[in-house]
Ligand binder design. Structure first.
Ligand code: DGL
Length: 279
C-alpha cells in the first residue's frame, strides 16, 4: 500500500500549485495528477455538474490504484468532498478544511477574508469551515473570477493584474481583515500582487501548503508513507489535448513537467484504462 501513488485532481492546470507543494514536502511519493482541461472552468458551473465531473475523475484515479486522493480544486472541494469521501475506499483530502484551519490559527483580530471562484464563494464552504472551528470569527468573502485567466496568461505582475486586484480586494482591505485565504488553485501564482494590494499587515493563507501538511499527517498516521530517500515518479493526465496544459503547467511548476497523457474519462472507465495517448 505504501508504494501506491497519491492521486491529485483539479479542473485544469491550477492544481499543480498543490502538487508542487506535495512534491516539495514529500519528494519520495509517486503522484498521479489529472487536470480536467476539456471541461475547465469549474468555478462558474453548478454544484451538480462539478459533483458529477469530480466523481468521474475520482473513479478514474481509483482505477489507477491510488492510496489517497487530493481534491486540489477549491470549487470541487467546496461541493463534492462529502460525497467523494463517502464513496471512495481511500482517504480523500480537500483544500477547504486545511485552509480554514490555517486562517483561524493566523488571525489576531478575528476578521478573515476569503477569495475564490464564484462556485466556491457561493457554496460558503470556507465560511462554514472557519465557523465550525471558531464561530466568533467574522468572515468576509469575495469571488475573484478574473484571477484565473490572469494566472494562466502569466499576467501576474503587471498593471492589469494590479488594477484587477485593487478592484477585487479594495472592500476586503477597507473592512480590515488581517488574514486572507487564497481559496483557489490559481491565486498563489498572484501572491505578490495580492500581498502588495492587501498591505503588509495581512497574512495570506495558501491552501496548498496547509493541504500538504494534512496529506503528510494522514499518510504518517496510517503508516502509508514511502521511505525517505526514495524519489517519486509523477504522471500527468488531461482530458483535452495537452499543449496548453504543458505550456502553462511548466510555468506553474517552474519547468520539469514530465510526459502528459490525454484520457477520455468516459471511454476509459468503460474499457479499464487503456485509451491514453502520450504527448
Ligand atoms: N481550480 C479551480 C479552483 O480552485 C479554479 C479554476 C476553475 O474555475 O476551474 O476553484
Amino acid at each position: 500500500m505504501n508504494w501506491k501513488a497519491i492521486g491529485i485532481f483539479d479542473s485544469g492546470v491550477g492544481g499543480l500549485t498543490v502538487l508542487k507543494e506535495i512534491v516539495r514536502v514529500l519528494p519520495q511519493e509517486d503522484t498521479i495528477y489529472l487536470g480536467d482541461t476539456a471541461r475547465v472552468p469549474y468555478g462558474t458551473k453548478s454544484p451538480e455538474t462539478v459533483i458529477r465531473y469530480s466523481h468521474q475523475i475520482a473513479h478514474y484515479l481509483q482505477s489507477q490504484d491510488i492510496k489517497l486522493l487530493v481534491v486540489a480544486c477549491n470549487t470541487a472541494s467546496a461541493v463534492a468532498l462529502g460525497s467523494l469521501s463517502a464513496e471512495l475506499p481511500v482517504p480523500v483530502v480537500g483544500v477547504i478544511e486545511p485552509g480554514a484551519k490555517a486562517a483561524v490559527a493566523a488571525t489576531r483580530t478575528g476578521k478573515v477574508g476569503v477569495i475564490g471562484t464564484a462556485g466556491t464563494i457561493g457554496s460558503s464552504a470556507y465560511t462554514k469551515a472557519i465557523k465550525r472551528i471558531n464561530p466568533d470569527i467574522e468572515v468576509v468573502t469575495r469571488a475573484c473570477p478574473l484571477f484565473v485567466p490572469l494566472a494562466e496568461e502569466g499576467w501576474v505582475d503587471n498593471e492589469v493584474a494590479r488594477l484587477t486586484a485593487r478592484i477585487y480586494l479594495g472592500d476586503l482591505r477597507e473592512q480590515g481583515v488581517d488574514t486572507l485565504v487564497l481559496g483557489c488553485t490559481h491565486y498563489p501564482i498572484l501572491k505578490k500582487v495580492i500581498a502588495e494590494v492587501m498591505g503588509p499587515g495581512v497574512t495570506l493563507v495558501d491552501s496548498a501548503e496547509e493541504t500538504t501538511l494534512t496529506v503528510a499527517g494522514i499518510l504518517g498516521e496510517q503508516d502509508l508513507l514511502r521511505p525517505k530517500g526514495e524519489l517519486g515518479n509523477h504522471h500527468y493526465y488531461v482530458t483535452d489535448v495537452p499543449a496548453g496544459f504543458i505550456r502553462v503547467g511548466n510555468r506553474f511548476l517552474g519547468g520539469n513537467l514530465g510526459d502528459v497523457y490525454q484520457v477520455d474519462l468516459e471511454k476509459d472507465l468503460q474499457s479499464g484504462g487503456s485509451l491514453e495517448e502520450a504527448y
